[in-house]
Design a protein around this ligand. Structure first.
Ligand code: ADP
Ligand code: ZN
Length: 721
């Protein structure tokens, strides 16, 4: 009789699943173990978690060479839709499947039962020691206590309870019915006619219970959130789950409150800021279907939803949806795939859709819903450029007289203002006044950024910090370093000098690091305990600050440099978002863009509000050369400890053309030419839309002989090019 073998995928960078023997003793029906079951298996000398996968076992391998599964973990099985998603993401991004599985299966989810579960005795219950008998006797008097409660009541240490569970004397059962039920009709808003039509269309897209993608495009403050809540409500009515993705976890507190108000109970959260116990509880609630609505960051796509009916990607144009490390994927694109595999509706919401989504909508691949008016009759803010060549700020300062005047008037009127500068720290560049020496990071090619608040220089790429040198390492001049250019800390200093009585707050990712801090800052702003908000792109996002009327953009040209084909699009999106913070309630908003290039098409598009025209112009630049979204693009990043090795490998690869349809560009320094001590070069592969690059890249790399010291990373659909 032959042993049953099963394929197990491990959450490590292996592409293939490994075969293991299924011992009869582990299962009630010998020879069967459902796919998706989470197990413990030996790997070398270690015991690791893994998931029974759908691959056929390898018949060529003799049984004797296979090891047995060590244990079945008492956890939910990974649903088939998630397993297919993992396979798909791996195939598309060219990451090993196990590495993608690792996004879905963190071992700290498994090492303890979730805290929402309580203990019950297994039958027959005979204890092997008096202490264990005490635990069993105590358990008979309690209703499904958790570990701590049972141990305390029995007067033993929690380790005894866990040991009894390991020995099979105790079993965990659900302690409560899970998260409080959400009510799709708890507090529906009264829609304007335009909103009502949009809401009906959104509901219909979910109602069908088939895959669809809808681009929900609406000016800032038009009620996009209220509209996509209708998609959530419809999924809930059908007994299906819903997922709302946000680009930034700092926003999650504000959105939790909004969703809780709309549905009568809070959504289930998923992001890196949760405690291990909460993560575990939420993961299990999602897997057993009690969590109906999840609000999360991009990693929430890899949660074990039982029946997902709607996925919403808020601010779908955000670059933060691109994961650049490890498995390189774009969460917006993968959300569409996840929805397809789950037969769910996917809603992409934005005031400034990406060119990709806009083109898909135009071509009819996506449905398109637009909202043209702000809710409650609030007017769109007036946007003007301020020509810095004509009205420069005083020397060494960064706020022009016109902007200062506007701030003064707003303060006098009791209003709230916001100054936006997409640069953390005090100054982006520190320079020796005597010789011009610049302080650069020893690991990266980047210049170090002065952070006065921390009295140090900081690399924004690798986190390297050092004290500002008192002697210039190049010319030995003393105390010669001067800051060049502004960061938000320096703007805050200027504001403090100009308006010493105004209450200020700086919002940047190194100052506001947790959702709790972000929530406290938001509360203070909404309560109008703050007069002037100074911040980086953190304040550009979906915040709703009713009293905010003036927005000043300190350097509107900042995003336009760098020679990136997408710079214009990104800059227009960001500045439009920032401008959209102004005048969202009763008071009208004013936006001032300080610029040295007021004639740039981006500035024109922003001032006239003609973003569609701007997108059309952008499209006409990219279409002829098959640039995305009109063609396919992949980055092949070659990195090594030594620059010569990276160069040699990149050049060698560049000389061998993959196929005639594919154009190889480069090598050129990769974005972050040096990162964490590795020199990085990039080749860009470009092909018409009809050609899939992955198989071509696979064959091409398989033919190439590269030095062992060189590493290759693939970035399908790079966002900078
Ligand atoms: P967007 O996401 O498009 O920027 P929001 O959904 O945040 O817009 O709406 C802006 C503000 O207007 C929010 O405070 C929202 O609650 C409110 N709002 C929008 N539509 C309605 C409505 N029909 N009834 C009541 N409040 C609404
Ligand atoms: Zn660095």
């Amino acid at each position: 009789m032959t042993a049953t073998r099963v394929a197990v995928l491990l959450p490590y960078p292996f592409d293939r699943a490994f075969d293991y023997i299924l011992p009869d003793a582990l299962v009630t029906t010998p020879g069967t173990l459902p796919q998706g079951t989470i197990v413990t298996v030996p790997l070398g000398k270690r015991m690791v978690p893994g998931v029974v996968w759908d691959d056929p076992p390898d018949a060529a391998m003799p049984d004797q060479r296979l090891k047995p599964i060590a244990a079945i973990i008492d956890a939910p099985t990974l649903p088939a839709t998630l397993r297919r998603f993992i396979d798909w993401v791996a195939n598309y991004t060219m990451a090993p499947r196990g590495e993608v599985l690792a996004l879905a299966l963190k071992s700290n989810l498994l090492d303890r039962p979730p805290d929402r579960f309580g203990w019950a005795a297994t039958t027959p219950t005979t204890a092997t020691s008096p202490r264990r008998q005490t635990v069993l006797d105590t358990l008979a008097t309690l209703d499904r206590p958790d570990t701590a409660a049972l141990a305390a009541a029995a007067g033993v240490s929690p380790a005894i309870v866990r040991a009894m569970a390991d020995a099979g004397l105790l079993t965990q059962i659900r302690r409560d019915p899970g998260a409080p039920r959400l009510d799709p009709d708890a507090a529906p808003p009264t829609f304007s006619p335009e909103q009502a039509a949009a809401a009906a269309a959104i509901r219909a897209s979910i109602d069908a219970q088939v895959f669809s993608v809808t681009l929900l495009e609406g000016v800032t403050g038009s009620g996009k959130t209220e509209i996509y809540c209708e998609a959530v409500a419809q999924a809930l009515r059908q007994g299906r789950q819903a997922l709302v993705l946000l680009p930034e976890i700092a926003l999650s507190t504000q959105f939790t409150a909004r969703l809780a108000a709309r549905f009568g109970a809070a959504p289930t959260l998923w992001h890196s800021g949760l405690s291990p116990a909460t993560r575990r509880a939420n993961w299990h609630a999602i897997a057993n279907g009690t969590a109906q609505l999840v609000l999360g960051a991009r990693s929430a796509l890899f949660l074990p939803f039982t029946d997902l009916g709607a996925i919403i990607v808020d601010e779908e144009h955000e670059a933060a949806y691109k994961q650049e490390d490890g498995v390189i994927y774009h969460a917006r694109d993968m959300a569409v795939v996840r929805a397809r595999l789950a037969a769910a509706g996917c809603i992409l919401a934005s005031a400034t859709p990406s060119l990709e989504s806009a083109i898909n909508a135009e071509a009819g691949r996506y449905r398109h819903i637009t909202l043209t008016a702000r809710h409650g009759g609030a007017a769109m803010p007036s946007i003007e450029t301020l020509d810095l060549r004509l009205a420069p700020p005083p020397r060494g300062k960064f706020l022009s007289p016109v902007l200062i005047e506007a701030l003064t008037a707003t303060l006098a009127a009791g209003g709230q203002s916001m100054l936006f500068l997409n640069r953390r720290g005090y100054a982006p560049l520190t320079l020796c006044r005597a010789c011009g020496h610049r302080v650069t990071c020893p690991n990266c090619t980047a210049w170090l950024v002065e952070h006065r608040a921390r009295i140090s220089l900081l690399c924004h790429h690798c986190g390297h910090t050092e004290r500002q040198p008192t002697l210039c390492p190049s010319c030995s001049a003393e105390h010669s370093f001067v800051p060049i250019g502004p960061g938000v800390e320096r703007i805050a200093e200027e504001v403090a000098e100009l308006f010493p009585d105004a209450r200020r707050i700086v919002m940047a990712s190194d100052v506001i690091t947790t959702p709790e801090q972000a929530a406290a800052a938001t509360r203070a702003i909404i309560a109008h305990d703050v007069d002037i908000i100074i911040g980086t792109q953190m304040i550009a996002k979906a915040w709703h600050f009713p009293d905010l009327t003036l927005v000043g953009v300190v350097d509107a040209d900042l995003g336009l440099g760098g020679g990136d084909l997408r710079a214009g699009e990104r800059s227009a999106q960001l500045l439009h978002q920032v401008a959209g913070r102004a005048g969202r309630a009763a008071l009208p908003g004013r936006v001032i863009l300080q610029s040295f290039a007021p004639d740039h098409p981006v500035m024109h598009a922003l001032c006239s509000g003609d973003l569609a025209g701007f997108r059309a112009a952008e499209a006409s630049l990219r279409e002829p050369g098959h640039w995305p979204p009109f063609g396919r693009l992949a980055g092949v990043i070659i990195s090594a400890d030594q620059a010569e090795i990276a160069d040699a490998a990149a050049n060698a690869l560049a000389r061998t053309a993959p196929t005639d349809d594919v154009i190889v560009l480069g090598p050129a320094p990769a974005p972050f030419a040096m990162l964490r001590g590795r020199h990085r070069r990039r080749l860009l592969l470009r092909a018409p839309r009809t050609i899939a690059l992955q198989p071509i890249i696979r064959a091409w790399l398989a033919r190439a002989t590269l030095p062992r010291a060189a590493r290759i990373d693939i970035d399908i659909d790079p966002i900078s090019f």
